[in-house]
Design a protein around this ligand. Structure first.
Ligand SMILES: NC(=O)C1=CN([C@@H]2O[C@H](COP(=O)(O)OP(=O)(O)OC[C@H]3O[C@@H](n4cnc5c(N)ncnc54)[C@H](OP(=O)(O)O)[C@@H]3O)[C@@H](O)[C@H]2O)[C@@H](O)CC1
Ligand SMILES: [K+]
Length: 494
C-alpha cells in the first residue's frame, strides 16, 4: 500500500531537522548527506571533467553547496565556488562545511555562468525570507540568462517553499534535489515549473515523524485509495447511492448531462437529472441510463428531496446566476445531503460569502471554484483572497465555509475545513475545455453518493478526472471524459 506523501511547510521542515539532530544525528552530518546527494545528481547531469559553477548563499543551502563543491572537485570536475556574501560571515554548519572547501571562493558577481557545463544553485532554500534584490537577484538573473543547465539545491533560489511563488526572481532549473520530502513549492505553480524534475534524497530525516500543525499532501492515490468505494457481492443499486444533478433551462442542459454521466460512470448506483419543466423534452431526448425528473425552482427541489434516497446533490452548472439559484442552494443545504456546488451556484453568491459562513457543518459539502469564481465568491474577504499562496487561500475558504474547497487550475488545491490539504499534479492543459468542470463535479458527487468522505472524494475525483484527461491527450472534449473513467478506475482498484 502506498502511503500518503506529506509536503512539509518550511517551519515543519525545521522541526523535523531539529528532531533528527536531537535524536543524535549532528546537523553537519545531515548537511554532508544533502551535499552528497547533490553531487551525485550533478555527476549524472555533467560530462566527465565538466566545468561546474556552484553558487552558494549565506545560509545552510549554501553549506550544502560547499559540500557538493568539494565532492565534485574530488571527482575530476573543474569547480568554481561563487559565494554570495562574505565567507567570514558564514555561521554554524555552513561555516563548518565551508571550512572543508580547500579552494577559493570568488564573489558571485564574478562567476562566469555562461562558461559552465553545469550550474549548481545553492543560494537559498527553505530559509528564503523576502524578495530577492540587489546582488542576489542579479546572480539569479545572470544564471538564467546563461542558458546553461542548472541543478537546484532543495528549491530553485527565489521560489517560496510554502507557496511556490517567485520572490522577485527565481532560478529556472532543469533538476532539483530536495531532502526528506518534497515541499508544497515544488508542486504549486509557478514553483513547479522552475524546479524541473524533482528528486528526493533521503538524508535521515523522517518526514512522517514531524511535528505540529496542518497537514499538506501530494494528491496521490496513497491518500485516498483505501476509501474508494468498492461494491460488495450483495450490493444493491441503492447501496451505491442516488445522485441528483440539477439542469439549467432549455438552452443550457448539456452541463447537467455531462455531470450526470460522470456520476454514473464513477459508480453512483442511480443518477437523476432534475430538469426545469421547459427543458424536460430536450433532456429526455438525450438521456438513457440517467433518469429524469421535472423540478420547478426551489419549491420543486424541496419536494423532490422529500425522497431520502437522493443522497448526493450537484448544483451549479448552467443553473444561471440569480436569486433562484441561491434559493435552491439554501434548500439543498437544509436538506443535509452530500452536496457539490460549482459554477453558477457559487457565482450567485458573488460578494455574499457571509451567507455561506459555516453553513456546511451539517453534511459533507464540496465547493469547486476556479480562480475567477473564487475571487467573485469571496469578494470583500481580503483575509481569504489576499494570501499569495493558493494553498493558504483554499485552506482559509474551507475553514470559513465548513466545506471542502477545490480551488481548480493546473495545480488544483483541495482543502478541508479541518486543515488537511492536497495539491494535485497530474493535470493536463487539455482539461481546459468546455464542460470539463461539470464532469469533475459529477465524479465527486458520484463518489460522495457512494459514501466516500468529502475530502477523500474531492481528492480522488480531481485525480481521476485529470488521469482520464491525460490518458486521452490532444483533441479531448468533455464528452470523452466520463467514458475514460472506467480505465482509470480499473487501475486504481486492481
Ligand atoms: N532543514 C533541514 O532539514 C536541512 C536543511 N538543509 C539545507 O538548509 C537549507 C535551509 O537553510 P537555512 O535555514 O539556513 O536557509 P537558507 O535557505 O540557506 O537561507 C537563509 C539565508 O539566506 C538569507 N536570506 C533569506 N532570504 C534572503 C533574500 N531574499 N535575500 C538575501 N538573503 C536572504 C538569510 O539571511 P537573513 O534573512 O538572516 O538576513 C540567511 O542567511 C535547506 O534549504 C537545505 O538546503 C540541509 O543542509 C540539511 C538538512
Ligand atoms: K537553491
Amino acid at each position: 500500500m502506498t502511503r500518503p506523501e506529506p509536503l512539509p511547510l518550511a517551519y515543519q521542515m525545521r522541526q523535523a531537522d531539529a528532531a533528527a539532530i536531537a535524536a543524535g544525528t549532528p546537523g553537519l552530518t545531515l548537511m554532508k548527506r544533502a551535499g552528497h546527494a547533490v553531487a551525485e545528481a550533478a555527476l549524472r547531469m555533467a560530462p566527465p571533467g565538466a566545468r561546474v559553477v556552484v553558487a552558494a548563499g549565506p545560509g545552510n543551502n549554501g553549506g550544502d553547496g560547499f559540500v557538493a563543491a568539494a565532492l565534485l572537485a574530488g571527482r575530476d570536475c573543474r569547480v568554481t565556488l561563487a559565494l554570495l556574501g562574505d565567507r567570514e560571515r558564514l555561521r554554524g554548519d555552513a561555516a563548518l562545511a565551508a571550512a572543508e572547501w580547500q579552494g577559493q571562493a570568488i564573489p558571485v558577481r564574478e562567476a562566469a555562468f555562461d562558461e559552465a557545463d553545469l550550474i549548481v544553485d545553492a543560494l537559498f532554500g527553505t530559509g528564503l525570507q523576502r524578495d530577492l534584490e540587489g546582488e542576489a537577484r542579479q546572480a539569479v538573473e545572470r544564471m538564467n540568462a546563461s542558458g546553461r543547465p542548472v541543478l537546484a539545491v532543495d528549491l530553485p533560489s527565489g521560489i517560496d517553499s510554502d507557496s511556490g511563488a517567485v520572490r522577485g526572481a527565481a532560478v529556472l532549473a532543469q533538476r532539483t534535489v530536495t531532502f526528506a520530502a518534497r515541499k508544497p513549492g515544488h508542486l504549486l505553480l509557478p514553483g513547479r515549473r522552475f524546479a524541473g524534475t524533482v528528486e528526493v534524497a533521503d538524508i535521515g530525516i523522517d518526514p512522517h515523524a514531524r511535528t505540529s500543525g496542518v497537514e499538506t499532501f501530494a494528491n496521490s492515490p496513497g491518500l485516498w485509495r483505501e476509501a474508494l468505494p468498492r461494491p460488495g457481492l450483495d450490493s444493491h443499486k441503492y447501496d451505491r447511492g442516488h445522485t441528483l444533478v440539477l439542469s439549467g433551462g432549455a438552452t443550457r442542459t448539456g452541463a447537467a448531462r455531462l455531470a450526470a454521466r460522470a456520476a454514473l460512470r464513477i459508480g453512483s448506483g442511480l443518477v437523476t437529472v432534475a430538469s426545469p419543466p421547459e427543458a424536460l423534452g430536450i433532456n429526455a431526448a438525450q438521456l438513457t441510463a440517467v433518469m429524469l425528473r421535472g423540478c420547478d425552482g426551489p419549491e420543486g427541489l424541496y419536494a423532490i428531496l422529500k425522497d431520502e434516497r437522493f443522497n448526493a446533490l450537484l448544483l451549479g452548472p448552467a443553473l444561471g446566476v440569480h436569486a433562484a439559484t441561491r434559493a435552491m442552494v439554501t434548500v439543498a443545504i437544509h436538506a443535509r445531503r452530500s452536496l457539490l456546488l460549482d459554477a453558477d451556484a457559487l457565482t450567485s453568491f458573488e460578494g455574499l460569502a457571509s451567507e455561506l459562513h459555516r453553513v456546511f457543518h451539517g453534511a459533507p459539502a464540496v465547493l469547486t471554484p476556479h480562480e475567477g469564481e473564487f475571487a467573485r465568491l469571496f469578494k470583500g474577504h481580503p483575509d481569504i483572497l489576499d494570501p499569495p499562496s493558493k494553498l493558504e487561500r483554499a485552506r482559509r475558504a474551507a475553514a470559513y465555509t465548513g466545506a471542502v474547497v477545490v480551488l481548480k487550475g493546473m495545480d488544483t488545491v483541495i482543502a478541508a475545513p479541518d486543515g488537511r490539504a492536497a495539491i494535485n499534479e497530474n493535470g493536463t492543459p487539455y482539461l481546459a475545455t468546455a464542460g470539463s468542470g461539470d464532469t469533475l463535479g459529477g465524479i465527486v458527487a458520484g463518489l460522495m453518493a457512494q459514501h466516500m468522505p468529502a475530502f477523500e472524494a474531492a481528492c480522488a475525483g480531481v485525480f481521476i478526472h485529470a488521469a482520464a484527461g491525460a490518458g486521452f491527450g490532444p483533441g479531448l472534449i468533455a464528452e470523452d471524459l466520463a467514458d475514460l473513467i472506467p480505465g482509470v478506475l480499473r487501475q486504481l482498484l486492481s
